[in-house]
Design a protein around this ligand. Structure first.
Ligand code: DSN
Length: 429
């Protein structure tokens, strides 16, 4: 069934105060309205979250933590941050929580700082295998400050090879084992990861930024009890506004080092408007209907993957069991950038992405990454996922066959029909 917008967002002041920015926001609203958003790290924050974010809380400095601030006037800030912490604890079943990291990268920077000294050995999943920049890319602080030993996936199965990981950990003896991904379409065996970490006395840190919403909605295994520390973002499957988060099961061991690594270690004042928006996000995710959403995200991803494979496309690992999938473009003789640009042209937003053992340049890799979180928020179901899979497959066939504009126009009509049937959850007046 199609969703319909329930709320109208308005610009009571911005239109006259700054018409240029107001118009650009309107243009972006129109773009989001009329495109199928398949980038798996993106989602649609609710109108309530947007309202909390756009408030006068941004006027307040609140360095420190609830009850221990460096500034006066923080009574309300204390209540907001405490509420956000309590809700996050309840949502994820973690004793320790820090809601101040501005984003996922900042959460990871603080965790590295709390656990490692510069030069310490760290193992993380290579970017080319699906890891994140902050898991040790040489271009990132993580790769510059620490001695990184990246792990890959198995060349044949494209899955994490836990035995190989065990052997590598025994050789490297890392201080920290970073678990988690930005582009790996399967579940992780967190208990096995913890065994590996324990066997070499490493600290296990899981970055669940991509799948936090699936964990919150019981659609993916939780990393909390097996990991020493867990980091996350709030804007992906968790469907909040942009933000970071750190959790740990053992409050006594981790509160002091993690709190001080966030503030004053790597950040100044917290973004209190963002923390209020996180509290609203956690409140939404605690509602029973969020479980339905998380379950549908996984079901929808599976349906999209199934249709793409029925159409003869090769998905890495042969499918998905989370919210994302990677299509290998090599059999079609296509490259990621070309597909990403053509997809924009037909109203599908996706990103070019490396696939395991990709020999192409990382600026124009051999894959595309697709996901279901945003289209699921719009109310689409498995039937629409099959249609989206067909639109993507038709686009790839048209590009591979070097067919003309008319074919792309026809796909554009179909994506527009879907976005018109399933509007954003808010209108903009
Ligand atoms: N860059 C994000 C993604 O798209 O997966 C991860 O932070």
């Amino acid at each position: 069934m199609a969703a319909s917008p329930t709320t109208t967002l308005t610009f009571e002041v911005l239109d006259s105060a700054d018409p240029e920015i107001a118009e650009l926001i309107r243009r972006e609203y129109r773009r989001q309205s009329h495109t199928l958003e398949l980038i798996p790290s993106e989602n649609l924050a609710s109108a309530a979250i947007l309202e909390a974010l756009g408030t006068l809380l941004t006027n307040k400095y609140a360095e420190g933590y609830p009850g221990r601030r460096y500034y006066g006037g923080c009574e309300v800030m204390d209540q907001i941050e405490t509420l956000a912490q309590e809700r996050a604890r309840r949502l994820f079943g973690a004793a320790y929580v820090n809601v101040q990291p501005h984003a996922g990268s900042q959460a990871n920077a603080a965790v590295y700082a709390a656990i490692c000294k510069p030069g310490d050995r760290v193992m993380g999943m290579d970017l080319s295998a699906g890891g994140h920049l902050t898991h040790g890319s040489p271009a990132n602080f993580s790769g510059k400050l620490y001695e990184i030993h990246s792990y890959l996936v198995d060349r044949e199965t494209e899955l994490i090879d836990y035995d190989a990981l065990q052997r590598q950990a025994e050789e490297v003896r890392p201080k920290m084992l970073m678990v988690g991904y930005s582009a790996y379409p399967r579940r992780i065996d967190f208990a096995r990861m913890r065994q590996i970490a324990d066997s070499v006395e490493a600290v296990m840190v899981t970055d669940m930024a991509h799948f936090a919403g699936l964990v919150a909605g019981d659609a993916y295994p939780t990393p909390i009890p097996d990991s020493h520390v867990v980091t996350s973002t709030t804007q992906k499957t968790l469907r909040g506004a942009w933000g970071g988060l750190i959790l740990a099961a053992d409050e006594e061991r981790w509160r002091k080092p993690l709190d001080s690594a966030v503030f004053p270690g790597t950040q100044g004042g917290p973004l209190m408007h963002a923390i209020a928006a996180k509290a609203v996000c956690f409140g939404e995710a605690l509602k029973p209907e969020f479980k339905d959403y998380a379950g549908s995200v996984v079901e929808n991803a599976r349906a999209m993957a199934a249709r793409l494979m029925e159409r003869g496309l090769r998905l890495t690992t042969g499918g998905t069991d989370n919210h994302l999938m990677l299509v290998d473009l090599r059999p079609l003789g296509l490259k990621g950038r070309q597909v990403q640009d053509a997809a924009d042209r037909v109203g599908i937003t996706l990103n070019s992405n490396a696939i395991p053992y990709d020999e192409a340049s990382k600026f124009n890799p051999s894959g595309i990454r697709l996901g279901s979180p945003s289209v699921t928020t719009r109310g689409m179901g498995v039937g629409e996922m099959a249609e989206i899979g067909d639109c993507v497959a038709d686009l790839l066939e048209a590009l591979a066959g070097d067919r003309g504009e008319a074919e792309l126009d026809a796909i554009r009509e179909r994506t527009l029909t879907l976005t018109n049937r399933f509007p954003l959850p808010y209108a903009l007046s």
